[in-house]
Design a binder for this molecule. Structure first.
Ligand code: CP
Length: 358
């Protein structure tokens, strides 16, 4: 068995800012730069855990986590469930579509029913903005926003920040665990596409800007939110070709036809002609520029097939990091390592425990 490698110093990890900010993660604004940095540093410990032969620790043994999804998901749901299981929590997977909600039960009654079974955390995805905040008002448990309508998707932004920080550390030839968030200062990020309907864009802008990046939105006028009040962006452009040579990160958004994006455009084909990252356009990027996408991708719409599979495309690395980042969020919110009546810190993952089975 590979021995655990050194982990962040326990003292540096106290106090967990997520716990300071409250018991919930509803928005990136709950964190601020310091909170984001703390999540990224704790995520380093869980990336290390993922490299172990048995990538599991007992940190949340005895805790119960519910994924309550009222909207489709592949990566967020599976990644939260994997994260919770790797922390040894018990996981209940609740799909609204196959629940008694279909018999007319209200969301509040449903949530209170599930909470009555003894739940420590609800991970909530819902098509309505603000639904996770409502759930937080109904139950004593911790609530994590896994994407609410057009509002926010905070853990997506955290895993994106983690991925950028990881790649920049690798390029600089230093361990990611020695990286703060200094690499974000002045980093030029273009967020491209259906900004108006995107919770990913909102959380991403807040997170990238909090860490010092300069964020430009690139979209047709009809897909830019009517007001950018509260969006800390450097600028807005309608000319992707002009922006691409000057960015360090090109972050593509999915065209969200299920939220009506198609009706804001003359045609999908015209959208792709103006704002899709085609192979020709990818050629305008600087050598080291990164391509990111939260998934699911519409290949051939916002991103060309060939571009999605380029080495500079971080799509699958984003997914892989999502597990460690969500482990960090659960760990910070649900308390520390449970050891009988005592608690420890994330450092105990390396020193107090080896991997566990089960
Ligand atoms: N990025 C994202 O939220 O993907 P899913 O909808 O598959 O969870």
């Amino acid at each position: 068995m590979t021995p655990p490698s050194p982990l962040p110093d326990a003292d540096e990890l106290k106090p967990p800012p997520l716990s300071d900010a409250g018991r919930h993660l509803l928005s990136i604004s709950d964190l601020g730069a310091e909170g984001i940095e703390e999540v990224l540093r704790v995520s380093d410990a869980f990336v290390e855990v993922a490299s172990r032969p048995i990538p599991k620790v007992p940190a949340l043994r005895g805790r119960t986590v519910v994924t309550l999804f009222a909207e489709e998901s592949t990566r967020t749901r599976l990644s939260f469930e994997t994260a919770a299981k790797r922390l040894s929590a018990d996981v209940l997977s609740f799909a609204v579509a196959s629940s008694s909600v279909k018999k007319g039960e209200s969301l509040r009654d449903t949530v209170e029913t599930v909470a009555a079974m003894g739940v420590d955390a609800f991970i909530v995805r819902h098509p309505s903005a603000g639904a996770p905040a409502q759930v937080a008002g109904w139950v004593d448990a911790t609530v994590i926003n896994a994407g609410d309508g057009w509002h926010e998707h905070p853990t997506q932004a955290l895993l994106d920040c983690y991925t950028i920080r990881q790649v920049l550390a690798e390029r600089a030839g230093r361990p990611v665990s020695e990286s703060g968030v200094g690499d974000f200062a002045g980093l030029r990020v273009a967020i491209v596409g259906d900004v108006a309907h995107s919770r990913v864009a909102r959380s991403g802008v807040l997170a990238f800007a909090a860490l010092g990046a300069e964020v430009t939105l690139v979209a047709p006028g009809s897909l830019v939110p009517p007001s950018l009040e509260g969006w800390p962006v450097t600028g807005v452009s309608h000319d992707l070709d002009a922006v691409l040579p000057h960015v360090d990160v090109c972050y593509l958004l999915r065209l969200q036809t299920e939220r009506g994006a198609g009706s804001f455009l003359p045609s999908i084909r015209e959208y792709t002609a103006g704002y899709g990252l085609t192979l020709r356009r990818a050629g305008l990027l600087a050598d080291g520029a990164l391509v990111m996408h939260p998934g699911p991708m519409n290949r051939g719409v916002e991103i060309a097939d060939e571009v999605a599979d380029l080495p500079r495309s971080l799509v699958l690395r984003q997914v892989a990091n999502g597990v460690a980042v969500r482990m960090a969020v659960l760990f910070l919110l649900l308390g520390q390592v449970v050891r009988g009546d005592a608690t420890g810190t994330v450092a105990d993952l390396g020193h107090g425990y080896g991997p566990v089975d089960g």
